[in-house]
Design a protein around this ligand. Sequence first.
Ligand SMILES: [Zn+2]
Length: 313
Amino acid sequence: MKVSSVPLVATLAAVVGAVVLLVVAVPFHRPDGVDRPPVWEQAEQMAADKEPDHQGRVPEPTPTETRTSPPEADALPGATRPGTRPPVLDHGPRSGNKVALTFDADMTDAMRYQLRSGAVRSYANLKIIELLERDEVPATFFLTGKWVEQYPQVTRRLAANPRFELANHTYGHLAFTPDCYGLPRIAREEMTADVARTFDVVQAYGGRQTRYFRFPGLCHDRTALTELAPLGLTVVDGDVVSGDPFATSWRPIVRAVLDGVRPGSVVVLHVTEANAPMTDEALPHILAGLADRGLEPAPLSEVLGHAPLASQP
Ligand SMILES: [Zn+2]
């Protein structure tokens, strides 16, 4: 069939015109407080607004930067001043009796392939979540963006629990240093956007949001920390590494946690089921051992004593 080119050109011109109108119109008609740019754009803008002067001082925010609810990123636990290299914490104050149980939710492209091919049933350990819910145990979940996208219902369930805090574990669990347990590496120029994007993905679920961030494999260096400076976050490693990935028995996990845990500890566990298949079996023993020692699980922000941190010295 022969098609006349004249109506085609006219249609194309109309479509292009409409698209141009849309693209041009939208950014200049952003009502205040509605249709906000992603947090990372705000953070970048704030960082750009607060360039250190020649003596290295960063100007104080102007009084016009008042905030309204819901809380902005800079009011969340773990928030730091954008433009400063983030502090790295591995535990809270050693006074008191609180400890933080933290669960990483890794998801790589290789893991997604395992799911799609049917080789793996699940990377979301619902038994852990059920136990924490049933016993009303506070916990903190470091979520990758890809895990959230794989498990939106589970993420909704985590966000709905007032005892659970949500934190950031990158978008696709790539390595932020040259040598990190064989994980594929992210390019330096993609680091900031990757972590910012993950905050955006997680924040859409509401609940107890934070500006806590954990590197995959806890691997970080000065370069990685510098790249995250615009985002106003706190890096949390942990002082008790349970060793639960690929465990074949629950006993060494329990031993590692109970041997290392002290007041203020941050315990690193995984909620990834197929890649940490013994964690749900270890958890009741861990909880009992903590109780024996007079230690009480608490959300990460309580263990770290936040209140948004002052910037790192
Ligand atoms: Zn991880």
